[in-house]
Each structure stands twice: as structure tokens, then as C-alpha cells.
Design a protein around this ligand. Structure first.
Ligand code: PLP
Length: 257
């Protein structure tokens, strides 16, 4: 069984973050492990508060996992502050896991800043050169590239820009556009569009966490990036179609359907 590690924040309502990642790993037949970077007090309606785990404790969790059970793939999610980003980047450089997927999580759907705005430059400096698969949504790609994205062509330019900054591959998710949710993959050679029909639902809490974890799991199981993203998109589309009507806000995607 492949062993997958998520390095991310905890979501108390269980729809996003560490909880979504581990559910995804399990649903795809993998063993899930976690390094927790922050604890959020959160439900389907809002992120009420967030407390960062200290960089020392994050480092200890990383060592505990990597020194005993080296993961076949790593997914990185919420990282909050520059110190956290530095500790994680150093560990990934040292242990060189075979698959790294970085979801540059910035702001929750409800508008809470999960990444401190002053940490964007640390993310660019320390994460982009790691040669990871990068999975920004449109607003995240706009911030990382410092340009507006309003068309498919803009997405292609942003993907080239992020690849040039050191990413192994770039997956820009088109779900924030009006209309169809077409995603773009750029692996440095080909640009491949994955068309996606918009599913009319408010229950999309944790979709970004889910697709990035699924990409890491499929790659750890041996798929190349394009095939892994195709399968992960299919998986998350099913999870959105079967999302759970729960709570007063955005219900979670359903990992076991
Ligand atoms: N909470 C945590 C801990 C997360 O990692 C994320 C996204 O990665 C979110 C919340 C945001 O999820 P959403 O934008 O689906 O509300």
C-alpha cells in the first residue's frame, strides 16, 4: 500500500485541510499520514479562528514521519507563515520524497486568510524551486504571477510563468471562472486542457484539498502527472456530485461515493 503524507491545516468540520486529504488517500486505497501546520476552528459557514503550530513542532512532526516511514508522496496545503514554509521546504529538500504536490492555499471560500499575505514571497522563494506539481486556483495563480487572469490564454501564460519559476508541472484550476470549470495542465512541454462542466451546488468545501491529494495519490501509485490529474479531476467531480448537504454553509465534498 502506498503511503501518503499531507502537510496542512486541520479543519474542525472535516471538509477541507488534513481531514479531506486523509479521506481522499483512504478512498484511493492509500495509507494517510499528517503533519499539522495549523489548527482552524471552522464549520461549513466560516473559519472562526486559526492557530499556527510552532515551526519547531512542525519540524519534529516531519522528522518523526520521514525518519520512520518515508512517504511515497507528499501533498502540502495550508502553511500560514514564512517560518512554516522554510521548515517544510528544508525537510522536502533533505528527504526528497518521490512525489510532491503543493496546493498554494491562500484564502478560504468564506474569505479567511489561511496564508498570511506577507508569506506569499516566501512561498515563491522556497516552494517554487522544489520541483513540485503546483495546483493553484485562479485567484492564487493571479497572486503568484502578479497578473490578472480572465481567459484561457491568460491561464496558459500564468502556467508558463510558474513553470519557469521551478515547478515540475502546473495545474491551474478553472473553477473560479463563470461557466465551465476547465483546468489546464502544463508539464513544461504540452498544455493540456481538461474540460469540466459546472455542477450547480454550494457544497464544494474542500474541493481544492481533495484534488491535490488525489493527484499526489495517483502519482505515488505510478501515474505520470497528466494521467494523475485526469483521474483526480474525475474523482473530485464525483465527490462534488455526491457532496453532502450539511450545516448552514458550504457542505463538504463526499469522498466515499
Ligand atoms: N481550511 C483549511 C485547513 C484548508 O486547508 C483549506 C483549503 O485548503 C480551507 C479551509 C479552505 O477550503 P474552502 O476554500 O473549500 O473553504
Amino acid at each position: 500500500m502506498k503511503k501518503l503524507l499531507t502537510i496542512a491545516g486541520s479543519d474542525s468540520i472535516g471538509g477541507a485541510g488534513i481531514q479531506a486529504d486523509i479521506k481522499t488517500f483512504s478512498a484511493l486505497g492509500c495509507y494517510g499520514m499528517s503533519v499539522i501546520t495549523a489548527v482552524t476552528a471552522q464549520n461549513t459557514a466560516a473559519v472562526l479562528d486559526s492557530q499556527d503550530i510552532s515551526p519547531v513542532m512542525i519540524q519534529k512532526q516531519l522528522e518523526a514521519v520521514f525518519e520512520d516511514v518515508p512517504p511515497d508522496g507528499v501533498k502540502v496545503g495550508m502553511v500560514s507563515v514564512p517560518e512554516t514554509i522554510k521548515v517544510i521546504a528544508a525537510a522536502l529538500k533533505k528527504y526528497q520524497p518521490p512525489v510532491i504536490v503543493i496546493d498554494p492555499v491562500m484564502v478560504s471560500k468564506s474569505g479567511f486568510h489561511l496564508l498570511r499575505p506577507d508569506a506569499v514571497s516566501a512561498m515563491k522563494k522556497y516552494f517554487l524551486p522544489l520541483g513540485a506539481v503546483l495546483t493553484p486556483n485562479i485567484p492564487e495563480a493571479e497572486i503568484l504571477c502578479d497578473r490578472k487572469i480572465v481567459s484561457h490564454r491568460d491561464m496558459e501564460i500564468a502556467a508558463e510563468q510558474l513553470y519557469a519559476m521551478g515547478a515540475h508541472s502546473v495545474v491551474i484550476k478553472g473553477g473560479h471562472f463563470q461557466g465551465d470549470a476547465d483546468d489546464l495542465i502544463f508539464d513544461g512541454k504540452e498544455k493540456i486542457w481538461l474540460p469540466g462542466k459546472r455542477i450547480e451546488t454550494k457544497n464544494t468545501h474542500g474541493t481544492g484539498c481533495t484534488i491535490s491529494s488525489a493527484i499526489a495519490a495517483y502519482m505515488a501509485k505510478g501515474d505520470r502527472v497528466i494521467e494523475a490529474v485526469r483521474k483526480a479531476k474525475e474523482y473530485v467531480t464525483g465527490a462534488i456530485e455526491h457532496a453532502i448537504e450539511m450545516g448552514s454553509g458550504c457542505g463538504p465534498t463526499n469522498h466515499f461515493y
